[in-house]
Ligand binder design. Structure first.
Ligand SMILES: Nc1ncnc2c1ncn2[C@@H]1O[C@H](COP(=O)(O)OP(=O)(O)OP(=O)(O)O)[C@@H](O)[C@H]1O
Ligand SMILES: C[C@@](O)(CCOP(=O)(O)O)CC(=O)O
Length: 479
């Protein structure tokens, strides 16, 4: 790809369905599912000398300008209007690029200037206000009527995010688009994904001012996968002394061949005929507060916490293994699999065991579904125990009531709180497609909380190079 062309890269949002809190510790795994809600970064040559402008056209007052000095350092032009997530990413990614490509080539591209546009699928932000303005009810049919990359007429500080990981997807797509535009990498294969991941993870930690498990950046790179975190020490040199770290040290940290990143990624996908649906709940939780409470309790009660973590981990693994086993059942016998799914999609998960007793046919598949259903019920039970013991409302009683009602719908195999839980969102996974309408109806008629369905479904694919004109509505954000 030539630097005179337009570069477009997208990265997916995520839903952590298994492993919240546990994945903060490298001993435990989690399952993160990629979504078809994506963040897009478009990089074009600019026409202003050495100036980089990043536009976020979905929001008011959302353009940030940077200058690159002779030492290849990035400086914000307007001190009063800054976006630290964008600024840190541009600064550190260009530092990595300057270390990796000839200075002359770097200067040629920088001297032309760069115009960068970023935009997220509507699902990353609550569209409640937009629907109210248009006098449309809050449901998926109305959401489908909205313009893609809808303009919100608010600034970023006022936005209600839906928990799909906007900052991780934004940073990851921006890092990848810059690396490609400067021809520091020429495609997105495995080696390149590792470099993109390492740079994006570093930028995201710096922007958030903390080192979390990093599963959201990992999902933005690899899509759906089973995840084990990286050891946080790798980022110490840059986190501890952000202002004095030199380009060579940064490059050494992110280099896939010399560094010691020990994160583990096993790409996966939900089994065939499984569908993921998501809703945001208009109450909201503060994730760092929840995490703080859980970790403080764990520290004060190490033995009890270890027993709880290990028990929860064993049920988490049973869900993950169950999903993998079902994928092989599908590969072994597609028509049997289809028949079992059809049969079970008409029946509540709690009654599949009775079906299994009656039928000798499809027994491996039905038993596989039962294993996932029952293990997930256990996962929720132990998350509620974690809630009670730590005082952090991970699956608070109002959410329990809603999730139990979802689980009563025929075809539903798992209904839970994603990620850190709380009052932010819920997800529901079912088999076949009939359950989708029934779940949405339940949500829309739910009185105790305002439950807003999103459009996103699973898409296991990670980062992608895109063609500007092939993504509906994307080209119009440039105008
Ligand atoms: N469209 C956008 N344009 C520019 N910056 C954005 C955009 N969307 C998000 N951001 C940046 O990401 C920050 C939010 O990051 P934060 O890590 O707090 O949320 P998050 O955990 O990604 O939220 P969620 O998972 O709900 O999407 C914003 O303050 C802003 O700097
Ligand atoms: C609680 C935790 O395990 C998950 C937080 O997930 P989310 O941002 O709520 O989707 C924290 C982390 O992994 O960084």
């Amino acid at each position: 790809m030539s630097s005179s062309t337009v570069t477009v890269v997208s990265a997916p949002g995520k839903v952590l369905i298994i492993g919240g809190y546990l994945i903060l510790d490298r001993s435990y795994q989690g399952l993160t599912i990629g979504t078809d809600a994506r963040f897009y970064t478009i990089v074009k040559p600019g026409n202003k000398c050495s100036k980089i402008t990043v536009h976020s056209p979905q929001f008011n007052d959302a353009a940030w300008e940077y200058r690159v000095n002779d030492a290849c350092q990035v400086e914000a032009i307007n001190e009063d209007n800054r976006n630290s997530f964008v600024e840190i990413t541009v600064k550190y990614t260009l530092s990595v690029i300057a270390n990796r490509i000839p200075k002359q080539k770097f200067n040629e591209i920088i001297n032309q200037g760069l115009d960068i546009y970023i935009a997220g699928s509507n699902d990353f932000y609550s569209q409640r206000k937009q629907l109210e303005i248009l006098k449309l009810p809050l449901n998926t049919s109305s959401l489908r009527l909205l313009t893609p990359f809808n303009k919100n007429d608010i600034n970023l500080k006022q936005v209600h995010k839906t928990g799909l990981g906007s900052s991780a997807a934004l940073i990851t797509s921006l890092v990848a688009a810059l690396l490609i535009h400067f021809q520091c990498i020429d495609n997105i294969g495995n080696q390149q994904k590792t470099l993109i991941h390492n740079v994006a993870q570093m930028c995201h930690c710096l922007a958030q001012g903390k080192i979390g498990s990093g599963f959201d950046v990992s999902a933005a790179v690899w899509g759906s996968h089973v995840y084990k975190r990286f050891s946080p020490d790798i980022l110490n040199p840059v986190i501890q002394d952000e202002n004095n770290v030199d380009g060579a040290t940064i490059d050494n940290i992110v280099d896939p061949s010399t560094s010691n990143w020990d994160n583990e990624v096993v790409p996966t996908a939900l089994p065939p005929r499984f569908t993921l649906v998501i809703a945001d709940v208009d109450i909201g939780s503060n994730t760092p507060k929840l995490v703080g409470k859980v970790l403080a309790w764990r520290k004060a009660n190490p033995e009890q916490a270890k027993a709880l973590w290990d028990t929860l981990a064993s049920h988490n693994s049973m869900v993950i293994d169950g999903l993998r086993e079902l994928r092989s059942e599908y590969e072994n016998n597609k028509s049997e699999y289809e028949k079992a799914i059809e049969l079970c999609s008409e029946v509540k998960g709690s009654e599949w065991a009775t079906l299994a007793e009656q039928k000798t046919l499809h027994s491996n598949i039905i038993n596989g579904l039962i294993k996932i259903f029952q293990s997930f019920q256990k996962v929720r039970q132990f998350l509620r125990e974690m809630s009670t013991l730590s005082g952090a409302p991970i699956e608070p009683p109002v959410q329990t009531k809603l999730l139990d009602a979802c689980t009563e719908i025929p075809g539903v195999i798992m209904a839970g709180v994603p990620g850190a839980g709380g009052f932010d969102a819920i997800f529901c996974i079912g088999i076949g497609n009939k359950f989708v309408e029934n779940v949405e109806n339940l949500w829309l008629n739910w009185k105790e909380m305002n439950v807003g369905p999103l459009l996103a479904n699973e898409s296991s694919e990670g980062l992608k190079i895109e063609n500007l004109d092939s993504v509906k509505g994307l080209a119009t954000i440039l105008t």
